[in-house]
Design a protein around this ligand. Structure first.
Ligand code: GLN
Length: 489
């Protein structure tokens, strides 16, 4: 393989190439850094490029390989969403509030991936504090979708998704609170996995809504996602919500056929809110699963319609609490020349946060206030439980639930920015899995208006193996995940 086409390969292929000496990690990293240089001006997918440390890490990876001491990801490049703390590297969370924050420590996810030999190329652009579905709330400007530069790549992990779609990085980390891995994966034709809540440590991942946030990956294929999840997953003493549950060999189970797999379809997912061409692509994908031996049945999730309103009470409530630490004293931007302490707090937060973050903090403070707590926050927690119960009942009869990831393909930048409710509805199919703590994956399954469409699969708690196997078997039969946007081949 020549260094001109290293960017076309996914992680598992690159791992084989490094293994059999086809190229070195330094050659690979150099080739990809050249692509950052060539394409990031138009895409704006990166907030920070760590070229020097990436080359040093690649040299170390090559030296280790020569000594025969290789981790499973030795020399494999990836990018991290700028929500993960990275020691000695700017970690902004897409906000002016953290514009100058250099983290003194690594997030567990970053530490584990680096420990297995992965090489970080840089930190990716994102919606401010992961609040958004289009990447337009970033202080660093919107990311462009490589399939159409006038369109959004989705959000909040839009920089991660765009860099994988544009073949700049073979893989990226992301976080998903209501859909922020799966929706951008759908809108950019990439594979996005959100694991079970507690499967991957949240330590060092800047908190948005702690009971919903989960770290995951955006890759070219389910196989690559399986490779990374095996390294990232597992208990962490530093995250009290991480679960001590054995980590299976996610790659080992991929080969099994789908014969006998019970796939549940949610009727409400195919109602009037779904774009027609998107619906057709998803129905075709379901037919492929059926042809591989899966059986399709309808399942009922009666409370699912309440998932978006429930989320927009719970997530703002938690964010209003989590973001109180950014006060210009303990953390974050500090306003200049304050008149007094109160002025400093008010102006530091006023200047540091953007409009969407302020909207969430105000909503959250309101629903948690003494007079409204029972009416909003408590009620939302009760409905959240009902939604989780619906899923539990459905999984008594089916192994996975399948449907569209997003209601339509990528939308134009600017189209939804004046209308938060329409923006919020982009996550209508993904939010339920976060409220119930379930794993979900989005895989490319076709096109609508020449833009990628995602198939969404949700599994029971710790059902990642089943999801990855289903996605992998589908990807063996189809080539949607190999399609590349024009100009990035
Ligand atoms: N789009 C949703 C929101 O704005 C979800 C974001 C996320 O998953 N981080 O909150």
């Amino acid at each position: 393989m020549s260094s001109n086409d290293l960017h076309t390969q996914g992680l598992t292929q690159l791992a084989r190439g490094l293994e059999n000496g086809g190229f070195t990690a330094v050659e690979l990293v150099t080739a990809l850094l050249d692509r950052v240089e060539a394409h990031d001006t138009e895409l704006n997918a990166f907030i920070t490029v760590t070229a020097d440390t990436a080359l040093q890490a690649a040299e170390r990876a090559d030296a280790e390989r020569n000594k025969g001491e290789t981790g499973v990801l030795n020399g494999l490049p990836l990018v991290h969403k700028d929500i993960f703390c990275t020691r000695g590297v700017l970690t902004t969370c897409g906000s002016r509030m953290l514009e100058n924050f250099v983290s003194p420590y690594d997030a567990t996810v970053v530490e584990r991936l680096a420990g297995a030999g992965a090489v970080m190329l840089g930190k990716t652009n994102m919606d401010e504090f992961a609040m958004g579905s289009s990447n337009e709330t970033s202080y660093f400007g919107p990311v462009k979708n490589p399939w159409d530069l006038t369109c959004s790549p989705g959000g909040s992990s839009g920089g991660s998704a765009a860099s994988v779609a544009a073949r700049i990085a073979p893989a990226a980390t992301g976080t998903d609170t209501g859909g922020s891995i799966r929706q951008p994966a759908a809108l950019t034709g990439t594979t996005g996995l959100k694991p079970t809540y507690g499967r991957v440590s949240r330590y060092g991942m800047i908190a948005f809504a702690s009971s919903l946030d989960q770290a995951g990956v955006i890759t070219r294929s389910a196989e690559d996602a399986a490779l990374l999840l095996g390294v990232m997953a597992g208990f962490d003493v530093r995250d009290s919500t991480s679960i001590d549950h054995p980590v299976p060999d996610y790659l080992a189970g991929l080969g099994e056929s789908l014969q006998g797999l019970r796939v549940g379809i949610v009727r409400q997912h195919f109602d009037a809110g779904l774009d027609a061409a998107t619906g057709n692509a998803v129905r075709d994908a379901l037919a492929v699963l059926e042809a591989q031996g899966a059986s399709l049945t309808e399942v009922d999730l009666p409370n699912l319609d309440l998932s978006v309103p429930t989320y927009y009470v719970v997530a703002p409530a938690e964010c209003s609490s989590n973001l109180s630490r950014f006060d210009g004293i303990r953390f974050g931007h500090r306003a200049g020349n304050p008149e007094d302490l109160l002025d400093m707090y008010c102006r530091s937060r006023g200047e540091g946060f953007g409009a969407e973050v302020k909207r969430r903090i105000l909503t959250g403070t309101y629903v948690l206030s003494a007079g409204y707590y029972d009416a909003y926050y408590l009620k939302a927690q009760q409905v959240r439980q009902l939604i989780a119960d619906d899923f539990r009942e459905a999984f008594a009869d089916v192994d996975v639930i399948a449907g569209p990831t997003a209601p339509a393909p990528a939308f134009r930048l600017g189209d939804k920015t004046d209308d938060p409710i329409t923006m919020y509805l982009n996550d209508i199919y993904t939010i339920g899995a976060n409220l119930a703590g379930l794993p979900g994956i989005s895989i490319p399954c076709g096109f609508a208006s020449e833009l990628p469409v995602g198939l969404h699969l949700v599994g029971p708690h710790f059902g990642e193996e089943q999801l990855l196997r289903t996605a992998h078997q589908y990807q063996l039969q189809t080539d949607w995940h190999t399609r590349c946007p024009e100009g990035y081949a």
